[in-house]
Design a protein around this ligand. Structure first.
Ligand code: GLA
Length: 388
């Protein structure tokens, strides 16, 4: 098991590869992290509440400004491949795959009139891909902060997040909310970010689990996000339909599940998840702020999982198995994180029960013939930043 303590920043390899690929030194390197969300799932596109922490795992981008009217992108994870697109042709959006996360951000800046010229980029993506840990937002934010610094753009953090989200929604084509990019930009070490997506209000909530003898175990089920794009878009649409049926602009405006009485069937289930999940986020934030033992947030985590499984229908047998096994092994709470349909679960465990919990999950997965999961302990880490 990776304890999460290993340095995840690898500026040296990005810098060295940049020199190898482009034959010169970059102007600098920037890092942006992946995230796990403590609670507040599928609430962001309903203008609700989220509570993520940033991971030590980052996307690192070495970047140089050039005189050419071209963006060139290369990745340590795709050796030998250099994608080159003329600035004037970025809007064509005809490049497939990983390069789109980088090109999309450059395109969105230019769409908004920001004077971004030629760039050479070398990416080192160290956030596990397909694990529900926001590897794509990490890539987008690493280039977004790099471009802001290099071209001296007057862009607020909120505008930068909007640009990264637009790259994901419009250029890559995934209809996600603001959770991942907000976490990657705004999280700070040692804290969880309490964000009200509807108003943009935010606060850093101290989240020192180690001091309480606790660890946040991440269990990546190693299963792909099958159908995620279509299913995710469908959940989002169902939430909009539920809000319209209730006569509100978004489900965030409903504070009490009793007010969902006019709904029935699937729309009732989807809305009940969102409304109850928002309430759970507020309760967890209250508990963390009131200096209570962080173990007290456990039941809310487990209730969130049940709601995502039963009402929102985005869990999988592997995620359910990870959660159930962790709870049986003594976790105080456990839940799937991210969009669902695969990806990771988290479990809040006593530090000295971490290995026993991992062993129990590995054994259960092996007995069920599931692919072996990957595990690590999540340490609340810093948001996007310049490295060199
Ligand atoms: C994915 C999306 C986020 C958010 C989560 C669910 O990670 O990218 O915007 O909707 O799912 O909370």
């Amino acid at each position: 098991m990776n304890t999460g303590a290993e340095p995840a920043e690898r500026p040296t390899s990005a810098l060295e590869s940049y020199r190898e690929v482009y034959g010169t030194a970059p102007d600098g390197s920037w890092a942006a992290p992946g995230r796990v969300n403590i609670i507040g799932e599928h609430t962001d596109y309903n203008n609700g509440y989220v509570l993520p922490i940033a991971l030590p795992h980052v996307a690192t981008c070495a970047v140089g400004v050039t005189d050419a009217d071209v963006v060139r992108v290369a990745s340590l994870q795709k050796p030998g491949e250099v994608v080159s697109v003329e600035l004037a042709r970025l809007a064509d959006n005809d490049v497939a795959g990983w390069a789109r996360y980088l090109l999309g951000v450059v395109h969105e800046y230019r769409q908004r009139g920001h004077p971004i010229g030629g760039l050479d980029l070398l990416l080192d993506g160290a956030v596990p891909v397909g694990a529900g840990l926001s590897s794509s937002a990490a890539i987008e934010c690493s280039i977004a902060v790099a471009a802001r610094d290099l071209f001296g753009l007057k862009v607020s953090d909120d505008d930068l997040i909007s640009i990264a989200v637009a790259a994901e929604n419009d250029y890559v084509g995934a209809p996600t909310g603001r959770l991942d990019q907000s976490a990657s930009m705004l999280c700070t070490a040692g804290c969880a970010l309490f964000l009200d997506v509807g108003t943009g209000e935010r606060a850093q909530v101290p989240f020192d689990l180690a001091a309480a003898g606790l660890a946040l175990l991440v269990i990546d089920t190693n299963t792909p996000h099958r159908l995620v794009a279509g299913e995710y878009a469908q959940r989002r649409k169902q939430c909009e339909q539920a809000a319209a049926a209730l006569g509100v602009a978004s489900l965030r405006e409903i504070a009490d599940v009793a007010a969902l009485e006019p709904l029935d069937g699937v729309l009732l289930q989807r809305a009940r998840h969102v409304v109850s999940e928002n309430a759970r986020v507020l309760e967890v934030v209250d508990l963390l702020r009131s200096d209570q033992d962080p173990r007290t947030i456990g039941p809310n985590l487990t209730a969130s999982h049940a709601s995502l499984r039963d009402d929102f229908a985005v869990s999988t047998i592997q995620l359910d198995t990870a959660v159930e096994t962790a709870l049986e092994a003594g976790a105080f709470g456990a839940r799937m994180v991210g969009g669902g349909f695969g990806g990771s679960a988290i479990a809040l465990v006593d530090t000295d029960r971490t290995h026993a919990t991992v062993d129990a999950v590995l054994r259960r997965f092996a007995a069920a013939d599931f692919i072996a999961p990957r595990t690590f302990v999540a340490i609340p880490s810093a948001g996007a930043r310049r490295l060199t």
